[in-house]
Write a protein that binds this ligand. Structure first.
Ligand code: C2E
Ligand code: CA
Ligand code: CA
Ligand code: CA
Length: 275
């Protein structure tokens, strides 16, 4: 039956409809979720390999849906980006992360993910200043994670914004490094403090393989540019050993810890202080 064009339509149309419908429902629910603040931040620790201490935590948003339970970001961030809802959601994430981080030890930083469309908003710089002022968080403790996608459109505007942010004392990290295009030219052009090496290069943990060579190259690139390098998604001791040997400055991943609730973060930081 699938050879028949009309049948293909008849088979697949209802399926497409259902997908579109589910998307539309999600969009409507997302809109009210932003209003009702159905979100929560979890935090994943980042370990400095030279001191063996937690130096920062990355804020990762979770949606506590009233009937469907916890929805992971990959299931709603893309729709939030397409619909523009990411701007109000992202602002909530930024404020919440600053308010929670200010209660931690003063040496610990917080990293916040920023979607490309947020950077194109001219009010973004004042949103960041407001979040810092209202929480009382020192700007040096805030790190913004951006992806290469942010740099492709309107590079001049973004370059100006990144310099303004750095003048405030905020640090800038390039997220998911290696998954986009023209990464090296962007790194030279934009003022990054940190390169986060995507998990796809870290998995496997074999420094003799291609990925291992790439991690070494990226770590060396970081050194040249005066930027730190964080290996993401480190799950095993072998992977930790190999990214350490490759010259990475920090690790993040399930080996160290999964993303934690705000109260688990408090407990973890207390135990680090005591030990
Ligand atoms: P990301 O920024 O690359 O965040 C890292 C993701 O990898 C997180 O997934 C984290 O839980 C996961 N991860 C960490 N360690 C490991 C590991 O050892 N193994 C494996 N398999 N995974 C690991 P999560 O929390 O589901 O977030 C997924 C993506 O959603 C993030 O990727 C980020 O792109 C986006 N996202 C999350 N929160 C926000 C936010 O507040 N704003 C924006 N714009 N995007 C966000
Ligand atoms: Ca990130
Ligand atoms: Ca990442
Ligand atoms: Ca990622």
């Amino acid at each position: 039956a699938k050879q028949d064009g009309r049948n293909i339509l008849r088979y697949f149309e209802p399926e497409m409809d259902a997908k579109m419908q589910a998307r539309r429902t999600l969009e409507i629910e997302l809109r009210s979720a932003v209003q009702n603040e159905e979100f929560e931040l979890h935090y994943q620790p980042v370990l400095d390999l030279s001191t063996n201490e937690i130096v920062s935590l990355e804020a990762l948003v979770r949606w506590n849906h009233p009937t469907r339970g916890r929805i992971p970001p990959d299931a709603f961030i893309p729709i939030a980006e397409e619909t523009g809802l990411i701007c109000s959601l992202g602002e909530w994430v930024l404020r919440q992360a600053c308010m929670e981080a200010v209660t931690w030890d003063a040496q610990i930083g917080v990293a916040v993910n920023v979607a490309p469309i947020q950077l194109r908003n001219r009010a973004f710089i004042s949103t960041v200043m407001d979040a810092l002022n209202q929480s009382g968080l020192n700007a040096h403790r805030l790190e913004l994670e951006i992806t290469e996608r942010s740099l492709i459109s309107n590079a001049d505007l973004t370059l100006g914004l990144l310099h303004q942010l750095r003048d405030l004392g905020v640090r800038i990290a390039m997220d998911d490094f290696g998954t986009g295009y023209s990464s090296i030219s962007y790194l030279r052009q934009f003022p990054f403090d940190k390169i986060k090496i995507d998990r796809s290069f870290v998995s496997g943990g074999d420094t003799s393989g291609d990925s291992g060579a790439l991690v070494k190259m990226i770590a060396a690139l970081g050194t040249c540019l005066g930027a730190k390098t964080t290996a993401e998604g480190v799950e095993t001791n072998d992977e930790m050993r190999s990214v350490r040997e490759a010259g990475c400055s920090e690790i993040q991943g399930y080996l160290l810890s999964r993303p934690l609730t705000a109260s688990d973060v408090q407990a973890l930081l207390r135990s680090q202080k005591e030990s």
